[in-house]
Design a protein around this ligand. Structure first.
Ligand code: GLU
Length: 479
């Protein structure tokens, strides 16, 4: 009944059929970072090949699945820019189809109805375990007996024979062989005739035309059982790629503390979606010595061969530097909008300046920010309202002597015609020379007056960004 194992590695490529991948999250919580990475890999692989990337919501666990989680997953994927080709498929809605598939497998002999009572089942399972074998139901034997009338039954896979072998030619893990005796006659339909997860996945993948399954290696053992079931159906086995899970920076299993957070929390921490994609890509995939790979590049380069076998570690310092890279590349107007959204989401006051003031400043200020909150910090001296509140250090910096010097500087600045950092810088240098002091005698006081101690760039640039009027008013405030 079970054909000898065929290696499935290149089947789809060889037949030239279009590639179809899917991401199949269970909506029992937010879209966590591992799920986001799985989605990304499936999306890249399909899009690169001109195939389809589909989304399936595995909501068969009715007690744990919630609508809030479905929304969190959809929103997280949308934020990441990983839109599926077509509407999501909800697994629970397909229960009738799953049942029909199982019953048809019974007709064809690949599955059977099992009438064991719970007590019988427990006894048989204990015996099998004692022998180190997988459980087999006596009802797999068509001659076992006549079913008791009106008795409840479950439908089980007629698992491969003890001496058969199931091979999963995994793109990441290599060929993983499972002996037939390790696969039990697992349940396809429960006694209330609801489908099990194992059945639903296999039927859905078949009906969706899935050619490649890229998912976490916590599903590797499922792959053997699913392969056994797929073969019983006589369907084509997809190409598998089971990717190692993401670990914390200490190499331990990812927990909340390490950053096992919902994707939306990364958004709220101020990461850009393109940076998240680039970071997640390299968390488990590599090619040569490429470091930061943009999505555009990844759409040309991504391959299953580049998937690594060892678990990757979540590293916030690296994520920050990738984000800084994409902040530098991002459009200034977009960054201003993101900064406004970020402030709103954090419940901070609206940014009081309009885009005309903020966008030109972005080119100067984004160089020093790794995240959106850091960008806000860079802008804080601009956004602060006069009169500035000053910390103790800045008050100290504004000694009588310093203020007197600032008073002499004011008309010099007022006389600058073209208010640009280059001309401003010349004016400042000339003033220092005229006063017969180094710039070190002027800078700290001027900075204190202009920023109140908030971080700010080079003073000539800070003056340019503040504008002439505001700069002079801030000087007046300290006099
Ligand atoms: N629903 C499963 C999960 O969330 C994924 C199943 C699969 O990818 O085959 O882990």
């Amino acid at each position: 009944m079970h054909a000898p194992t065929e290696t499935t590695g290149h089947t789809h490529e060889a037949t030239g059929s279009a590639i179809v991948t899917r991401f199949a999250p269970s909506p029992t919580g937010y879209l966590h970072i591992g799920g986001a990475r799985t989605a990304l890999f499936n999306w890249l692989f399909a899009r690169k090949a001109g195939g389809k990337y589909l989304l399936r919501i595995e909501d068969t666990d009715r007690e744990r699945s919630t609508e809030a989680a479905v929304n969190a997953i959809l929103n997280g994927l949308a934020w990441l820019g990983l839109e599926a080709d077509g509407p999501p498929l909800f697994q629970f809605a397909r229960a009738a189809r799953h049942r029909e598939a199982a019953e048809s497998l019974v007709e064809r002999g690949g599955a059977f109805r099992c009438y064991l009572t719970p007590e019988e089942e427990t006894a048989l399972k204990d015996a099998a375990r004692a022998e180190g074998k997988a459980f087999r139901s006596p009802w797999r034997n068509p001659d076992y007996g006549t079913p008791p009338p009106a008795a409840r039954y479950v439908v089980r896979l007629r698992a491969p024979g003890d001496n058969e072998r199931i091979e999963v030619a995994d793109k990441v893990q290599g060929v993983v062989t499972t002996a037939g005796r390790e696969i039990d006659d697992f349940i396809l339909l429960r006694s209330d005739l609801t489908p099990t997860y194992m059945l639903a996945v296999v039927v859905d993948d078949q009906d969706m035309g899935v050619t490649h399954v890229i998912r976490g290696d916590d599903h590797l053992t499922n792959a053997a059982r699913q392969t056994a079931l797929i073969r019983a159906f006589g369907w084509r086995v997809p190409t598998y790629a089971h990717i190692p899970l993401i670990h914390g920076d200490d190499g331990k299993k990812l927990s909340k503390r390490h950053g096992a957070l919902g994707v939306e929390e990364y958004r709220d921490m101020g990461y850009l979606p393109e940076a998240m994609r680039a970071y997640l890509l390299r968390l488990g995939w590599s090619k040569g010595d490429l470091d930061i790979v943009s999505t555009e590049q990844a759409l040309e380069l991504f391959d299953l061969e580049g998937l690594g076998r060892s678990p990757s570690r979540l590293d916030f310092a690296k994520m920050d530097s990738v984000n800084a890279h994409f902040i530098r590349l991002a459009d200034d107007q977009r960054l201003v909008s993101l900064m406004r959204e970020h402030a709103a989401r954090r419940g901070l006051p609206d940014l009081r300046l309009d885009d005309a003031a903020l966008v030109p400043a972005m080119a100067f200020l984004k160089e020093r920010a790794k995240t959106l909150p850091e960008l806000l910090t860079q802008f804080s001296f601009l956004l602060a309202e006069r009169p500035l509140t000053r910390d103790e250090k800045t008050i100290k910096a504004l000694s009588e002597e310093v203020v007197a010097r600032l008073a002499r500087l004011r008309p010099v600045l007022a006389a600058v015609e073209t208010w640009e950092h280059v001309t401003i810088k010349t004016a400042l240098d000339d003033f220092a020379a005229h006063e017969g002091v180094g710039f070190g005698k002027i800078g700290p006081g001027l900075r204190a007056a202009l920023t109140g101690g908030l971080p700010a760039p080079d003073l000539a640039i800070a003056l340019q960004l503040l504008g002439k009027t505001e700069s002079l008013l801030r000087l007046d405030d300290v006099m």
